[in-house]
Design a protein around this ligand. Structure first.
Ligand SMILES: C[S@@+](CC[C@H](N)C(=O)[O-])C[C@H]1O[C@@H](n2cnc3c(N)ncnc32)[C@H](O)[C@@H]1O
Length: 180
């Protein structure tokens, strides 16, 4: 399992670390309650909130390999031959693409993204995508293209992949005719 501190995918902290709030508040209040002699059930309730936070934090950072780690390929059948090229549409900081490149060592991939505005990733840049790919040791098999998925020119240039990794719908024009 990869530590949640290795990669920087730019997910806002309320997504990755929100459970710290019930942990600190719940366990803090429980400790205070013990000290001040609160009723047992009140102390217990705060303790349960703290423990719920701990369980949530552990699940967030372990399930499917963890939220702040490269995404596991959800199906063994995806690019099962282990080779080919993939176009990750809306790749952002690269969690899905890097996960795929790690799982399929002979696959190469292109990260297509507008890299502007906010779609759940803070300070989204192609540089960060490549930085994460370097950390994973897959940067030699990854590149980035900055453009809109619905841009005909970009799509024509990129119509080279064997497989598409798609994340949609993202904003107006997110649905495109003629997708493979
Ligand atoms: C929720 S993020 C997902 C990023 C990444 N796939 C992940 O799993 O972490 C959605 C991404 O889609 C990109 N995006 C939104 N609209 C787009 C468009 N029209 N063309 C290309 N990328 C777009 C955003 O910039 C953002 O990086």
């Amino acid at each position: 399992m990869t530590s949640p501190f290795v990669y920087d995918f730019g997910y806002p902290w309320p997504i990755t670390w929100i459970h710290l709030v019930p942990i600190v508040v719940g366990l803090g209040a429980a400790a205070l309650g013990v000290r001040l002699g609160w009723r047992h059930w009140v102390v217990g309730l705060w303790g349960v909130i703290g423990i719920w936070g701990i369980v949530g934090l552990i699940l967030t950072h372990t399930m499917m390999g963890g939220l702040n780690a490269p995404q596991r390929v959800p199906s063994d059948r995806f690019m099962a031959s282990g080779r080919g090229r993939v176009l990750d549409v809306g790749a952002g900081s690269g969690r899905a693409l890097i996960g795929l490149l790690l799982a399929r060592p002979q696959v190469t991939g292109t990260a297509l993204d507008i890299y502007t505005g906010f779609f759940g990733i803070t300070d989204n840049t192609p540089e960060r995508m490549l930085r994460n790919a370097r950390i994973a040791g897959v940067v030699s098999r990854a590149d980035t293209v900055t453009g809109r998925q619905e841009d005909a020119v970009v799509r024509r240039q990129l119509r080279c992949g064997d497989q598409l990794l798609r994340h949609r719908p993202y904003g107006p024009g997110g649905s495109v005719e003629g997708d493979p």
